[in-house]
Design a protein around this ligand. Structure first.
Ligand code: MBD
Ligand code: FE
Length: 287
């Protein structure tokens, strides 16, 4: 075996092959490995530091927190920024702004037409009704659009990820009516915080960063012939509204709340007391 310096080793790692392989995977791997070799060399990373990082990555994956870290390090928002830029270049504009999906979406939620109660039992926060219409860029309603909605419980936990919650708790799918309208009842959720004593919180503590998200509700809107919209709305007044650990809050997605409105017309959602109401329309762009 010949002796090698860093450059010679890197050259061999990046060029060794017995088959063509996948050129894209080869190019990306080459770039990432080259950058990491450089980082280790220039920042004088010790063997202990390196293996500590590898162990951390293993624990991060085992804890199911890879998607949490990508959000917290800004990658999810980066992808949205790049998608927005691509839309701008192509002249595709005017729809509801996208916002990151995050790692906590689960497909297959129970579906109802036009209106649904997202929570069950006693409300664990202010009773909340959100309603509106799905429209296209011409202002035409999108009948039958499918709207997935999901949000955290009163402890900031999401079902399927947080212990003690029922399957699909606080997750529903609404099929808009013939006029593209929808309405939902739930309660206003609090913000979300990364799990303490976890690989993600270890990194955030070491970085001197908090791991809080402002109160928000997720939506995924799907309709034939239109671009699927993944977005979130923010509840106004949250301390972290401009300091989201996942960098996901955007203009146009902070809803307005109307408090103490009269309950007439909402009997089918079981509302008798004053509640908080918000109107929000989803505008979809062409596919
Ligand atoms: C969340 O609730 C969330 O929406 C994101 C993006 C990341 C972590 C938790
Ligand atoms: Fe969330």
């Amino acid at each position: 075996m010949s002796e090698m310096n860093l450059q010679a080793l890197l050259q061999r790692v990046n060029s060794t092959q017995i088959a063509p392989g996948n050129p894209r995977v080869r190019a990306l791997t080459e770039r990432i490995v080259t950058d990491l070799f450089k980082t280790i060399d220039e920042l004088d990373v010790s063997a202990d530091e390196f293996w500590t990082a590898v162990d951390w990555l293993g624990r991060l994956g085992a804890a199911g927190q890879l998607g949490l870290i990508t959000a917290g390090l800004g990658f999810d928002r980066l992808l949205d920024i790049r998608a927005d830029e691509a839309d701008q270049r192509a002249g595709r504009q005017g729809g509801t702004p996208r916002a990151i999906e995050g790692p906590l979406y689960v497909a297959g939620a129970p579906t109802a037409t036009y209106e649904v109660r997202v929570d069950e039992g006693a409300p664990k926060g202010e009773v909340f009704v959100m309603e509106g219409q799905v429209r296209d860029l011409q202002g035409q309603p999108v009948p039958g659009a499918l709207i997935d909605v999901w949000h955290a419980n009163e402890q900031g936990g999401y079902s399927h990820f947080f212990p003690g919650m029922q399957p699909y708790e606080l997750r529903r799918r609404i099929q808009a009516d013939a006029q593209g309208r929808y309405r939902l009842r739930s309660y206003l959720p609090p913000g979300y915080s990364i799990p303490p004593n976890s690989p993600t919180s270890e990194l955030f503590e070491a970085l001197g960063r908090h791991g809080h998200r402002p109160a928000h509700i997720h939506f995924l809107v799907v309709a034939p012939g239109l671009r699927t919209l993944t977005t979130q709305v923010n509840i106004p007044g949250d301390t972290y509204i401009d300091d989201d650990f996942a960098f996901a809050t955007r203009d146009g997605l902070v809803i307005e709340l109307e408090r103490g409105v009269a309950p007439a017309g909402y009997e089918s959602l079981g509302i008798e007391a004053p509640f908080v109401r918000s109107r929000f329309d989803f505008v979809l762009t062409p596919a």
